[in-house]
Design a protein around this ligand. Structure first.
Ligand code: PPE
Length: 313
């Protein structure tokens, strides 16, 4: 069950959690025409900090732009809304969910003059694929569903409609006894998870699918940078499911999933069946940065309140 907090930002005002309601004829509820973001705020020694807030806000506006939705707020207002919602809920680590949707007005696919509504909710969210999975790796299934064709639903936009595809794949995987789904693109190449980007490691090279049928993940880009800084070779290249079967290592990246190792694909053990050295090194590097233990990428952290000076030991 979702853990409620106190207040939710709706169109610029903070309302009580239980009062954050919409009409049943809200356009986006019927047609999947909303766009959203998923962001995390972590506890650090300097106070709570939001990871790569600017990039998430930019992607939120890009998603809206693709759908030709004009948000009635500036980037600055949404950024401040995120920080204010965290402060007002007095929460030191949370998941942040901005959502823009076509509101109540006309019905029918074409929304004419319906308002564009924007909300921001925050709540505590632990490991997306379980703490056990984070430590030891998860088992995944290649989905019988494909990621939408590049000319179908615009997967570069984080549109709510795209998540019907994710749900089909996720439900199938869970019902079949796996932890997560891996979707192929319509050409049959590995694309991404239902809510994560995917990486594989083979013969010392890290591979991730190019930005065609996948979401342009912010964690994906973070991992690519962290790997390059550690002298690892990373390529954006198409690969097949059978190449994934014979990978030495594989892992998912995402805001909710963070860095989750994959230990099995379609009942084939990956590497030694536990997180490999590259995965572990990148996982540690990632968590050190988001928790402010490694200051190399301070620019990726936005402190919710002024950063607290480090305590002298
Ligand atoms: N692909 C998909 C399809 C996706 O939904 C996500 C994030 C990613 C890749 C990774 O992107 P990024 O978070 O920028 O690294 N999925 C979000 C929603 C998960 C949910 O169940 O809700 C998330 O991780 O916040």
């Amino acid at each position: 069950m979702l853990q409620a907090t106190e207040t939710i930002w709706m169109n610029g005002s903070l309302v009580k959690w239980d009062d954050a309601k919409v009409h049943v004829l809200t356009h986006s509820l019927h047609y999947g025409t909303g766009v959203f973001e998923g962001i995390r705020c972590y506890k650090t020694d300097g106070g709570s900090a939001v990871f790569r807030l600017r990039e998430h806000i930019d992607r939120f506006f890009d998603s809206a732009h693709i759908l030709q939705m004009e948000l009635p707020f500036t980037r600055e207002a949404v950024t401040e809304g995120v920080l204010e919602t965290i402060r007002r809920n007095k929460i030191d680590a949370c998941y942040i969910r901005p959502l823009a949707y076509i509101g109540y007005g006309a019905m029918g696919v074409y929304p004419k003059d319906n308002p564009i509504d924007v909300s921001i909710a925050v709540w505590p969210w632990g490991s997306y694929l379980g703490e056990e999975g984070m430590q030891n790796g998860i088992r995944v299934k290649i989905s019988s569903y494909s990621r939408p064709h590049v000319n179908a639903t615009m997967v570069r936009s984080k549109t709510t409609a795209n998540y019907a595809n994710s749900l089909l794949a996720k439900r199938e995987a869970l019902k079949d006894g796996y932890d997560e789904a891996v979707l192929l693109d319509t050409d049959g190449y590995v694309a991404e998870g239902s809510g994560e980007n995917i990486f594989m490691v083979r013969k010392g090279v890290i591979k991730t699918p190019p930005l065609t049928s996948i979401l342009e993940g912010i964690t994906r880009e973070t991992i690519m940078q962290l790997a390059a800084e550690r002298g690892m070779r990373v390529v954006e290249e198409r690969f097949t499911r059978d190449e994934l079967y014979i990978a030495d290592e594989a892992f998912f990246s995402g805001t909710a999933a963070e860095i989750t190792p994959i230990r099995e694909v379609d009942n084939r053990v990956i590497g030694r069946g536990k997180p490999g050295p590259v995965t572990k090194q990148l996982q540690t590097a990632f968590f050190d940065i988001v928790h402010g233990r490694d200051s190399k990428h301070e620019e990726w952290l936005t402190y919710v309140s002024a950063k607290q000076p480090a305590l002298k030991k």
